[in-house]
Ligand binder design. Sequence first.
Ligand SMILES: [Zn+2]
Length: 229
Amino acid sequence: MRSILCDILSAVLPRRCSACGTPLDAKERFWCISCAFIWTRHVQPGLLRFEGRLNWAHSWSWLNLRNPEEKALVHDLKYGGNPLLGVELGRAMAMEWLEERTLGQTMHSEWSLVPVPLHPRRQRKRGYNQSMQLALGWSQCTDMTIAPLCIRSEAGRSFTRYNRSQRVARGNNPFSWNESASPLTPSTQGLIIIDDVVTTGSTLESMHGALRSQWPGPLAFVTLADAAR
Ligand SMILES: [Zn+2]
């Protein structure tokens, strides 16, 4: 019933680009071709913000999050109520990552993707977790499995009055190992945390801590965008 309604609505209402808002043509699914051309790719090493700490095996971010269209895209991913946008973005970023991978990276399908969880209350309100949607798209292109190995146990609001090093020092990690997740197979070679935006790196640092409590092997991260200035 819902899909019939969606079909009727999509036939009547013009679909719009999630980045610039212009109407899409029949071949464009979530963003227009012009936007895909102007998005700026992130080229700085994302690891710099960690100053050599945490021993990441790999990191990669797709977009720079500088221009208004990129910001609108991320806003739509989080709040637009369209979980399929996240899947499509996950596919688009994975395709570019795979192209770069031929330059020497050796990661393949025996790595598992760990989406950054939302607080359950926020996820209920939003209806989906955008990091999980990105992971779904990414896994379709790479054959990596999705391993929801972390849960978020606190809303995180109480953390905002502390800076990153204070939070880490407090050992007050909002993420913890998901005891009910399926155990990793012996063939698992590494874990890749996947998130929408990295800013200070504190979320990734907390995720690293939660995974490291149970996983001694390589840890990496990929994000849709890097918002560092
Ligand atoms: Zn556009």
